[in-house]
Write a protein that binds this ligand. Structure first.
Ligand code: FES
Length: 154
């Protein structure tokens, strides 16, 4: 069961998007912006507001990599997994990040770093690219990734 304050906030978000075509995605983004993730207990509220099934809402949440189902850590590391970055070493970069952090995609390390995949950061010409705590970085190799995490205290 969601807390009353959570229920009220979700209702406000749904109302703000009422009647819009394709409202589910902007609503989910707004819910995540509000709570830092899409709490599972809000899914029935969203389903009811949009007159769809909980399974449909769950399907959208799990399909889009942008949505989190659990709170993120203190740091969020997003590594691009799209084609240009993959061709320039992003696979090795991701494997190094997983090994260093001891987590898989969507996991949060003991040090509070959440590792997330992203599919193009608009830096294809300077691949491989990543984003650490909202800051973009291009042509990142494994050594630079280690430095960045250390600088962030991660
Ligand atoms: S493919 Fe990685 S930034 Fe575009």
């Amino acid at each position: 069961m969601p807390e009353p304050s959570q229920t009220n906030r979700v209702a406000e978000i749904c109302q703000a998007h009422a009647g819009r075509e394709g409202a589910l995605l902007p609503i989910l983004h707004a819910v995540q912006a509000e709570f830092g993730h899409v709490p599972s207990e809000t899914l029935p509220l969203l389903a009811k507001a949009l007159a769809v099934t909980v399974a449909e809402v769950q399907g959208v949440v799990s399909f889009y990599h942008d949505f989190r189902v659990a709170p993120a850590g203190r740091h969020v590391l997003k590594i691009c997994r799209a084609e240009a970055c993959q061709a320039m070493g992003a696979v090795a970069l991701a494997e190094a990040a997983k090994a260093r952090l001891g987590v898989d995609w969507h996991g949060t390390s003991a040090g509070g770093v959440t590792l997330e995949p992203v599919f193009c950061l608009g830096l294809c010409a300077a691949a491989p690219a990543l984003m650490l705590n909202g800051v973009l970085a291009a042509r990142v190799d494994v050594a630079r990734l280690g430095e960045m995490l250390a600088e962030a205290g991660a």
